[in-house]
Design a binder for this molecule. Structure first.
Ligand code: PLP
Length: 413
């Protein structure tokens, strides 16, 4: 059912063949593109290791993946690696997010922020074009724990934000707050609802109850679209929670953001935007006439090498390998939580996520600085500090943090 891991040889053969199918600035007469391989004085093309390193080869060749290759055939010069991007989007949409075959579009964006902006841009244009909505009739709804890229998108798109409060220890949006906020927006004339639900918030790793919210919006006969911000949780939660409801099989959900440059350890510039077919069109810029196939994205030009990197990581591990890796991080997180429980240290943690957010009253500043714990704010005294269980966070490192915390709890620092 899920994708199999590939050998390094198979990965290399597949990707080098794809790269060979792109136009080659050295061999082919390419006069019209404002693009070339990387500066050959610095990044020379004949380095012997390049023949065994598809990602570095892709960086040096420098394909531009402008456009959205699941929607239309784009710049023919980069057809080889565009096909790799289609494979990648298909894998993420269908095997991680349960989409039906060939019913989703998507692209590799610069990051989670761009993917979130792309989603809100598409829905704003959808409501304006299909329902003749005025800007002040469209509202963006999201929890107080939502990443700042959502208010940023609201600001760029001139959309009003409605912030749903969350309960301190559960980080949940209460039903009463949901209903009150929706009512308040309706009273202000909002008729179209763009709702962002988190599959793991930045600071807490909390996961919003998308079904409860979707059900309520539907019961009120509201015109809504739900976007899932899975920038952080997208490569974790679907692998750790067997009862995950965040998928394209869920009729409430239209799109997802996920970031390969977070948990997947891909290079920066690898946000992934996924959306049901039929919507990318609302991000089309008709003036992009010189771009073969047109452009549907916020960013325009983007690196094909990044696509190669993400594809390589997913096929190096396969589903089973990635699942195992995430379960290991989860175990390590649970072990840390058990130690915190023993010390009666208060924290928040979603049981399917690798993030622990400790109340600041238990963390002396010195310890926060020593272990680079990230506070919820740098503007005033923090209320929370987070620990993110990444690959480099070894059990030894966790133990040493716990030991230091124990010393502080018993004698102070
Ligand atoms: C939940 C969530 N959404 C969006 C983003 C933005 O991602 P990026 O920094 O890749 O733009 C982040 C980043 O931390 C995040 O945690």
């Amino acid at each position: 059912m899920y994708w199999e891991k590939k050998t390094f040889q198979a990965i290399k053969d597949h990707l080098l063949t794809a790269l060979a199918e792109n136009e080659n600035y050295r061999r082919h007469p390419v006069l019209g593109l404002p693009a070339s391989y990387l500066d050959a004085d610095v990044f020379y093309n004949d380095a012997p290791f390049l023949k065994d390193r598809p990602f570095i080869r892709a960086l040096v060749d420098n394909p531009n993946h402008i456009g959205c290759h699941t929607v239309s055939r784009s710049e023919s010069a980069f057809a080889g690696t565009q096909a790799i991007e289609r494979e990648l989007i298909k894998l993420c949409a269908e095997q991680i997010f349960g989409g039906n075959p060939d019913e989703q579009d998507g692209y590799v964006a610069s990051g989670g922020s761009e993917s979130n902006i792309q989603a809100l841009w598409i829905y704003r244009n959808y409501f304006m074009r299909e329902h003749h909505a005025q800007l002040n009739e469209i509202g963006v709804f999201y929890s107080a724990d939502t990443h700042y890229s959502i208010p940023k998108a609201g600001n760029l798109l001139l959309l009003q934000s409605f912030i749903l409060p969350v309960e301190k220890w559960t980080r949940e949006i209460s039903q009463a707050d949901l209903e009150n906020t929706i009512q308040q927006a309706r009273n202000q004339g909002v008729k179209y609802f763009i709702v962002v639900m988190n599959m793991a918030t930045t600071m807490f790793g909390s996961v919003d109850d998308v079904n409860r919210v979707g059900k309520y919006l539907q019961s009120q006969n509201l015109n809504f679209k739900i976007h899932i911000d899975a920038a952080f949780g997208g490569f974790v939660y679907p692998f750790t929670n067997p009862d995950n409801v965040f998928s394209f099989q869920n009729p409430y959900i239209t799109s997802f953001t996920l970031d390969a440059h977070k948990m997947l350890q891909a290079p920066y510039g690898t946000g992934i935007f996924l959306i049901r077919k039929g919507y990318m069109f609302y991000g089309s810029t008709k003036e992009a006439q010189y771009v073969q196939g047109g452009d549907y994205t916020v960013c325009g030009s983007r690196s094909g090498a990044n696509v190669v990197a993400v594809w390589m990581i997913l096929y190096t591990h396969g589903y089973e390998g990635w699942h195992y890796k995430m379960m290991q991080l989860l175990d390590r997180t649970s072990r840390l939580c058990a130690q915190l429980d023993e010390m009666e240290v208060k924290y928040y943690r979603n049981p399917f996520m690798n993030l622990v957010t400790i109340h600041s009253e238990f963390i002396p500043q010195k310890l926060a600085e020593k272990y680079y714990l990230v506070p919820d704010t740098h503007d005033r005294a923090p209320e929370w500090y987070k620990i993110v269980m990444m690959s480099h966070v070894s059990q030894g490192l966790v133990d040493s943090f716990v030991n230091d915390l124990e010393v502080f709890r018993s004698v102070g620092i």
